[in-house]
Design a protein around this ligand. Sequence first.
Ligand code: HPA
Length: 236
Amino acid sequence: MSTHINAPQGAIAKNILLPGDPLRAKFIAENFLENPKLYNEVRGMLGFTGTYKGVPISVQGTGMGQPSLSIYVTELFKDYGVENAIRVGTCGAIQEDLELRDTIIVNSACSDSSLLNQRFENLHFAPTADFSLVKTADRIAQDMKIRYSVGSVASSDFFYDINSNWKTWAKYGVKGIEMESAELFTLAAQYKRRAMAIMTVSDHILKGTQTTAQERQTSFTNMMSLALQTIVEINR
Ligand code: HPA
């Protein structure tokens, strides 16, 4: 039992997928996992455990933004011994060569958040995804023949932009803006676990375009298959 996750020890698998939206966690459990069991309902932040191709996998909503993700992932790492965590979410693209519905395998995450300052003061930590997860996902994505690239995102504290920080990130090759990955990678470093993020481009900040609900659904399926197959292969 933890404060925000009300599950008994052993109810959560060592492999976990982390969507921001708890209803997306439910969707993943019901559509991709075999024999899913609900283990958490506290604050409506649903979590389920099932199997995929025989491998035990959990899926837990994290809420939006780094502080919310930090609560759930700290409890998952510290109290439930989660070893492999993959965030699955959406981002706004900030490079011309990206298109709506592209998949991004995230290998590092910049941030404008005060969370990094509070941890590192005047040092500049580089939140980095686990290389074995990135390498495995890269190979699987190639085999799937989907449009994808590997690169960095920036985890912003604002969804509704006020400072145009994204323009600076764009100049340095950052691919997209989202709100959670930097804290996930930093917690993985703190607890010596493996983490990665896979993003679907849901909107294009440079081009001012957005996906429809139907398009998000199809590209979401690619991202899920990629994340789940990555978990299967690193457990071989
Ligand atoms: N900003 C922040 N988070 C996001 C965005 C965005 O434009 N799109 C999807 N998640």
